[in-house]
Design a protein around this ligand. Structure first.
Ligand SMILES: [Zn+2]
Length: 319
């Protein structure tokens, strides 16, 4: 009940007449978080995505939702209270460096609350409406640990959403698929003891953050696909697809959350994978075959051209 009320308050009226909508969840404060001039995880990334999705061919199919703030209760299922207080305080002081790569400014705490709330709302919409949903938010989340910021990430948005979803009726199994080029060490650490969540990650290896070998299996709920850079794109698609197949063999997810990073595309400035926009179409079709609602949550991707073409291919397929 609480959820319906919240969605009604936050839904922005831009509904189209078509039957299959795409639910887009975002908040303007996500554009105000900045790690400083020259940092690759910059507001322009989200600006480019929003600009794309405001074009006429997209506008008609999208239902826009304002991301609510995640509550402290929701965040505390994943993060330690003293860590949450540290992010809040650093932001209220005007900003601080929490890790060599991870910096807050005065908007970061509010952006982090909306990013996590956006991920929850996207998951809720996917489950309730049985339509595709995407949280276009930042800061990203998959490196964030229970008590530590790292790799541009403050709150682990996708795990916050997974934990919340497991409290909903009809959601007993959540699959997280992470195609960001970096291993989601935070996601893995946060879910590796929880058999109700399965985590499949393909990532460049060896590469930042150094975790994600095939031997890291959690309680049998982790599938890591570490691969070198520079392989033909179809190899990455094939190997991630077969890991998804293994993870869902005899285990049907009730919700799929995609840690949607597009730094796995060719010529990303931070990595060496070679995926093209059409490869996310193939991967998304594979996920749709699982028959579960799908919500995407933005992670990395540092070439603006790649970001817009990758997001477009993913969202086009989701609708
Ligand atoms: Zn990444």
């Amino acid at each position: 009940m609480e959820w319906d009320a919240e969605l009604l308050i936050h839904a922005v009226v831009m509904r189209s007449g078509s039957s299959m909508n795409l639910h887009l969840v975002t908040h303007p404060v996500c554009l105000e978080h900045s790690a400083g001039f020259g940092h690759p995880e910059r507001p322009e990334r989200l600006e480019a995505i929003l600009e794309l999705l405001h074009q006429p061919q997209w506008k008609a199919r999208i239902v826009w939702h304002e991301a609510p703030q995640a509550t402290l209760e929701q965040l505390s299922r994943v993060h330690r209270p003293d860590y949450l207080e540290l992010i809040k305080e650093s932001s209220e002081r005007g900003g601080a460096r929490l890790d060599p790569d991870t910096v807050t400014n005065s908007a970061s705490w509010q952006a982090a609350l909306r990013a996590a709330g956006g991920a929850i709302t996207a998951a809720r919409l996917a489950v309730r409406e049985r339509e595709g949903a995407f949280a276009a938010i930042r800061p990203p989340g998959h490196h964030a640990l229970a008590d530590r910021a790292m790799g541009f990430c403050l709150i682990n948005n996708v795990v916050v959403a997974a934990r919340e979803a497991l409290a909903w009726e009809g959601v007993e199994r959540v699959l997280i698929v992470d195609w960001d080029v970096h291993h989601g060490n935070g996601t893995q650490a946060l879910v590796e003891q929880d058999p109700s969540i399965r985590y499949v990650s393909m990532h460049q290896w060896p590469h930042y953050p150094g975790t994600g070998s095939e031997q890291e299996r959690g309680v049998g709920n982790i599938w890591n696909v570490p691969r070198p850079g520079g392989l033909p794109p179809q190899d990455y698609v094939r190997d991630l697809s077969s890991a998804i197949e293994e993870a869902t063999d005899g285990w049907r997810p009730d919700l799929i959350l995609v840690s949607a990073g597009f730094d796995s595309m060719s010529l990303d400035p931070l990595a060496g994978f070679t995926l093209r926009a059409e490869d996310y179409t193939t991967l998304t079709v594979r996920l749709l075959d699982c028959g579960a609602p799908i919500a995407g949550v933005l992670e990395g991707g540092y070439s603006l051209d790649n970001l817009t073409s990758g997001v477009a291919a993913f969202l086009e397929t989701l609708t």
